[in-house]
Design a protein around this ligand. Structure first.
Ligand code: FAD
Length: 458
């Protein structure tokens, strides 16, 4: 009986999984393998919230495989060495895995192919597993990637997606391949108390609920901070417990303006992946390198700490930063305005903010995080890099009654309505009630002037 290995990476699911389908073709046995790659931890990417979500995902994947007669094999170490070892133990002639966009993923693929071929085995890398439309599938005439979203989205939308695959009914795993014990979230330290549950089952449940009762209103409500009216599917897309291809198919079949707006956001994810695949250095450096000259060298420690802890004196910024600490997740509008506040109003290097987000975000994702940060900081793909988001205007527009702020900033719980967005304007007894809340750490006009001065020098 011929044997394959399926290396699961950012695709921790059984539904719509082309590598697993290919590995099982012709009644083959397969070893479903996940490797805790020590290079990921060494790069500082193994943040507690993501490790906890990952633990849920691995347990759920194992449970799903067991229902089908198989189980998950877990190893730790160097991913290439571990895959080769498992392939040798199982006497496998093929290894299947998903393509991915980062420089790390490309190096992993190259090393793995070389090592497996040296042992007479073959590596198959499958597209459209971690993306709906993969890097390089649509390109402009004059470059290897799109630098602007709108023309990218036009081509992305015209692409025919492959059909969705069912989960396999049976998975037969050859005997004799040893596995480590699966991790458990309960045993992990420093996890945000409000962290969402991981795993394919949780992801599919959320998807079904979202399609039924969230999607239709998405276009109108996605920026409503208090309404929490986005899908919260980002961690499931990051860990691949949901397939982006399936997500797009199902949203499109639901139809309507909500679905159209939602699919457009999902395309942003693919857009950033094709930028990262073509320019791996954007993970650490500016996409528009000409702006290197004016990028901040400012390391205002006190300001950075206040921003991280949600003590800037700007209620909507503080609410968002505290939501991040508590849930390991933040609303997109909140990410935009907190990032703009750090990178433009406080004029701190975007990488300092991006690192903090990656330490906490359960969906923390190299392509989406770094490129969204650059988009906000004006070093990325934004066509209006000088735009600065005013946190007070943003708060009044996207949290008009102050509900979101009061939810996360208890010091302001007694301030009613939109007055909560400008506590420095309160007088008399109202003022006395919010004594515990800090004064603004920066004057917005001063911040704007500093940014403009720096920009004009560039
Ligand atoms: P929905 O609004 O329901 O959107 C559906 C899906 O579309 C999301 O799950 C996501 O995969 C994708 N999407 C939505 N907005 C964007 C966007 N602007 N860019 C790329 N994809 C998008 N997203 C991450 O997945 N990981 C990150 O680390 C991350 N860091 C960010 C940092 C900053 C500074 C900013 C401004 C945005 C960041 N985003 C990141 C993008 C976006 O904020 C999140 O994807 C979104 O808030 C997730 O919530 P949701 O699933 O409810 O989104």
């Amino acid at each position: 009986m011929s044997v394959s290995v399926v290396l699961f990476t950012a695709d921790l699911r059984l539904y719509d999984h082309p590598p697993l389908r290919a590995a099982l073709e012709g009644h083959r046995q397969a070893v479903p393998l996940f490797v805790r790659d020590r290079a990921v931890a060494a790069a500082g990417f193994a943040a507690p919230n993501r490790l906890a979500f990952l633990a849920d995902c691995l347990r759920d994947l194992d449970a799903g495989l067991r229902e089908r007669g198989g189980h998950l094999v877990l190893r730790s170490g160097d991913v290439v060495e571990e895959v080769c070892e498992v392939a040798a133990e199982a006497d496998a002639d093929e290894v299947h895995m998903a393509a991915d966009a980062s420089g790390y993923a490309h190096r992993r693929e190259r090393r793995l192919r070389r090592a497996l071929e040296a042992e007479g085995r073959r590596l198959y890398v499958h597209d459209s597993v971690t993306t709906a439309v993969g890097p390089g599938e649509v390109t402009p005439a004059s470059s290897d990637h799109f630098a602007v979203f709108t023309p990218y989205f036009r081509q992305w939308s015209g692409r025919r997606l492959r059909d969705v695959l069912e989960a396999p009914r049976t998975v037969r795993v050859p005997p004799g391949v040893g596995s480590e014990e699966l991790p458990s979230r309960a045993a992990l330290p420093d996890v945000s108390p409000g962290l969402a549950e991981g795993g394919e089952r949780a992801g599919r449940k959320r998807l079904t609920a979202w399609l039924r009762s969230g999607l239709a209103a998405y276009e109108d409500r996605h920026d409503d901070l208090a309404g929490d009216a986005t899908s919260r599917l980002s961690p499931h897309l990051h860990f691949g417990t949901l397939s982006p291809v399936e997500l797009v198919h199902r949203a499109r079949s639901a139809g309507g303006p909500g679905a159209e707006a939602f699919v457009r956001q999902v395309a942003w994810r693919d857009f950033h992946r094709q930028v990262l695949a073509a320019r791996p250095t954007v993970a650490h450096g500016d996409y528009r390198t000409k702006h290197d000259r004016w990028r901040s060298e400012r390391t205002a420690r006190g300001d950075i700490e206040a921003w991280r802890e949600g003590r800037t004196g700007y209620p909507v910024v503080d609410a968002a930063m505290r939501q991040l600490l508590h849930e390991g997740w933040m609303h997109n509008r909140a990410r935009l305005l907190t990032a703009s506040f750090l990178a433009k109003t406080l004029y701190v290097d975007w990488r300092i903010g991006a690192r903090h987000f990656l330490e906490l975000l359960v969906d923390g994702d190299l392509a989406n995080n770094q490129l969204n940060w650059q988009w906000v900081a004006g070093t990325g793909t934004d066509t209006r890099p000088n735009r600065v988001l005013n946190p007070v205007t943003q708060a009044k527009r996207h949290d008009p009654d102050g509900v979101y702020v009061r939810r996360w900033v208890p010091e302001l719980a007694e301030v009613t309505g939109a007055a909560v967005h400008e506590p420095w304007k309160l007088r008399g007894p109202d003022r006395a009630r919010i004594d515990a809340y800090p004064d603004p750490i920066v004057d917005l006009a001063d911040g704007l002037a500093r940014f403009k001065r720096a920009r004009s020098r560039g």
